[in-house]
Design a protein around this ligand. Structure first.
Ligand SMILES: [Zn+2]
Ligand SMILES: [Zn+2]
Length: 342
């Protein structure tokens, strides 16, 4: 089969590799769409991302496709079924799983290799994190289940409520998913912050009430203006840089919450004033990944069009052009997600 192999920085090659052999409990899926994501772009640009992936390797983790083969003992799914799965499966037995924190599982199984003709889903993932895709949902939309699951987890932990004002730093795919979700949760005002006007345009089209171009405007001042001088009830950082993690702390109101969502490089530290936590009672939190429940919920919300993820796929490209796709993502101001079709 053909698969995209990552060898290092910007070194991505489509090669012929062995089609995986299916053993007991496993399922082989013909990938119909794999969507690009910020993590993949980081991996492409840095050549690796610590704790996530080391080259040479197949990569890509947001996908959907058709079941073409099932291993011994698999009663569900059936051949021909449209499915999505992963990109993780918690063990359900470790200390963190027993605490109900499935996203923090100590034996988490991860699945990479979506940019390929076929992907093999491990048995534990077939059991706990694979779903059938309703007929009216496209493969591209279904592939976005994974990032939406992570966003649902974040929004849940931050406790977005009816009438909240929310500032989101970063209008990339993750920031936009936060925007769509926060609006559905009943946020009164969502303020999007980004450096690129084209991204802010899209954010406005997707429902952002206010946008701030951080290249031209004083972000802190503008957020205060837009929130009657108080700061936002909830601030979400959706980029993954220490500067913006710290900036988020300056945009929140007293007693508000800051969700630091974007992952920074290992070893990154930020400064947090003790006064902010003490006198202003600001809660600063991070969230990581999602649980199988979030994945199921995310697909259901996509299927019911409660959260319309279709506008996030701004281009479709064949697997052969995957390198070009990432070059486009690295430089373009308009692209959000590219759907790779093997
Ligand atoms: Zn992703
Ligand atoms: Zn576990």
């Amino acid at each position: 089969m053909k698969a995209a192999m990552l060898y290092g920085i910007r070194d991505l090659r489509v090669e012929d590799v062995e089609t995986p052999e299916v053993r007991a409990g496993e399922v082989l899926v013909r990938v119909r769409a794999a969507t690009t994501c910020g993590t993949d772009l980081k991996i492409f640009q840095r050549g690796y991302v610590e704790r996530v992936i080391k080259p040479p390797t197949v990569f890509g983790h947001e996908w959907a496709g058709d079941v073409v083969e099932v291993g011994e003992g698999v009663e569900w799914p059936r051949i021909g079924m449209r499915v999505r799965a992963g990109n993780s499966a918690p063990c359900l037995r470790c200390f963190m799983c027993q605490k109900g924190k499935y996203n923090l599982c100590e034996n988490m199984i991860w699945l990479w290799g979506a940019y390929a003709e076929y992907i093999k889903v491990p048995a534990p993932m077939v059991r706990v994190n694979m779903q059938e895709i309703p007929f009216h949902v496209s493969y591209e939309e279904a592939a976005i289940t994974e990032p939406l699951a992570c966003v649902l987890h974040g929004i849940e932990e931050a406790g977005v409520n009816l009438g909240d004002s929310i500032a989101i730093i970063g209008a990339g795919p993750i920031g936009l998913l936060h925007l769509l979700t926060a609006k559905k949760m009943g946020a009164e005002k969502v303020i999007m912050v980004d450096l690129v006007e084209e991204r802010l345009d899209l954010a406005r089209r997707l429902g952002a009430d206010e946008t701030i171009n951080a290249a031209r405007e004083k972000v802190e001042e503008r957020v205060r203006q837009l929130t009657s001088g108080h700061g936002a009830d909830i601030v979400i950082e959706a980029i993954g840089r220490p500067e913006t993690w710290e900036q988020a702390l300056k945009l929140v109101r007293k007693g508000g919450k800051v969700l630091e969502f974007g992952g920074c490089p290992p070893g990154t530290e930020i400064h947090v004033s003790t006064e902010l936590l003490h006198y202003d009672e600001v809660t600063v939190m991070g969230t990581f990944h999602a649980t199988p429940l979030h994945f199921r919920k995310a697909l259901n919300l996509i299927a019911s069009k409660t959260i319309n993820v279709a506008p996030l796929v701004t281009r479709k490209m064949p697997l052969e052009k995957i390198k070009e796709a990432f070059e486009i993502l690295a430089t373009s101001k308009n692209e959000v997600k590219i759907a790779i079709t093997p």
